[in-house]
Design a protein around this ligand. Sequence first.
Ligand code: AMP
Length: 222
Amino acid sequence: MIIIMLGAQGTGKGTVAGLLTEATGWPQVSTGDIFRKNIKEETELGKEANKYIAKGMLVPDEITVPMVIDRLNEDDATNGVILDGFPRTVEQAEKLDEILAEKGKKVDLVINLTTPREEIITRMINRRVCSNQECKATYNLRMHPPVKEGICDKCGAELVQREDDSNEESIRNRLKIYDEKTSPLVSYYESRGVLRTEEVSEAINRLGKDVAEDILKDINNK
Ligand code: AMP
């Protein structure tokens, strides 16, 4: 099953994707995580991608698309995959449709997470992530703080702030790009009958965990 996580930054896509992965065994393929791993390891791809990521810009398709194709060709992606952060433009969505069609597959479900904008900015500023690339647990200093300050509950590694979350200009730039380039994907997938919109918000007390539970019930009933 091919599942796509859609929604602006800070809506909890990574959290929902992680829970779906835990329950289904299908890998979470996060383009942002793959880029960050490459940046940390100082690979050529990482150095090139970081020129764009640090400014909150999209990495060009010439770099991003082949990277996704390689990841989807790995053995663990045969039965299912949870795409988190790709596609981010209509061009990438069309490319993904082509890649999947060659494998006799299609996008089965797109989960569109929505959160009020003021809440999103507070969440991004308060987001902390585990520095251990194998763990990658995400926390929120306000809503979901770690038990011990600065330390990951799951693996004990240090928690850090993503470089692109520490800079308000980058946050605003990423949200602007989301509105301009990524939000048209909502109607793209709605017209294909695969869109499921879910509000994740403190105001209505609905968390990513609740959304993941509902989706899993539906997947199990299919
Ligand atoms: P994320 O962790 O999904 O917020 O991604 C972090 C950054 O990686 C984004 O702000 C972009 O610069 C870059 N990135 C991630 N996914 C893509 C994509 N599908 N296309 C282009 N750039 C991407």
